[in-house]
Ligand binder design. Structure first.
Ligand SMILES: [Ca+2]
Ligand SMILES: [Ca+2]
Ligand SMILES: [Ca+2]
Length: 207
């Protein structure tokens, strides 16, 4: 007896590319009158929930960033799984910045000097004061691109650790920060029927 098993060879294709979902913590991040050390709060946290799929990409925006010596800033993002990336470190040299929105996303140029509003890749300049994030921040080495989060789960606590690494001069991330997460598209079973991918598999039943 012969049984024909029809197997539709399926492919997983994106049905729709979901827009990024944005989560924000508008609480100001500053140094509480100090010029050096971890910011307050440390870390600043965003709780992310409701994501059904893994992360495809992540971008982060820092709002109203001001500093009289931006090179003092070291900023680290840690995701719920512990994966992390150094968003911006020792950038901008001595040029004052006032209420600048800075978005960090892979595939863009490095943070410029002087810093102006825009979108830039994670940028870690070296040769300045060391990047030192006190606990509970994870020890380095830290990730160099936001793609470290790709494929991971996004639900949970995201932590932004900001440190001012030099005495004198201070600043603030007065508008807080946000994280925008694009999820891997919902897999959709789309048959290759019509695309030549229908396979007929004949399976002989044992007698
Ligand atoms: Ca650095
Ligand atoms: Ca540094
Ligand atoms: Ca300082």
């Amino acid at each position: 007896m012969r049984k024909i098993v029809l197997v539709l060879c399926m492919v997983l294709v994106p049905a729709t590319f979901a827009d990024a979902e944005t989560f924000m913590n508008p609480t100001p991040i500053d140094w509480a009158g100090e010029t050096f050390g971890p910011a307050v709060p440390y870390p600043s946290e965003i709780e992310v929930s409701g994501l059904a799929n893994a992360i495809e990409s992540v971008t982060v925006t820092l709002y109203d960033v001001s500093h009289t010596y931006p090179c003092d800033l070291d900023i680290l993002l840690v995701g719920p799984t512990g994966a992390n990336v150094l968003l911006m470190s020792d950038a901008g040299f001595s040029y004052d910045i006032v209420d600048v929105d800075i978005t960090i996303a892979d595939g863009f140029p490095e943070v410029p000097t002087p810093i102006v509003e825009g979108t830039y890749c994670p940028t870690d300049f070296t040769g300045y004061l060391p990047d030192d994030f006190p606990a509970p921040a994870p020890a380095g080495p830290w990730g160099e691109e936001l793609a470290v989060f790709s494929g991971l789960g996004g639900n949970g606590t995201w932590s932004l650790y900001a440190v001012d690494d030099a005495s004198y001069d201070t600043g603030a991330i007065a508008g807080g920060w946000s994280i925008s997460i694009t999820q891997v598209p919902e897999p959709t079973m789309l048959s290759l029927l019509g695309l030549g991918g229908l396979a007929l598999v004949r399976r002989r039943k044992a007698v």
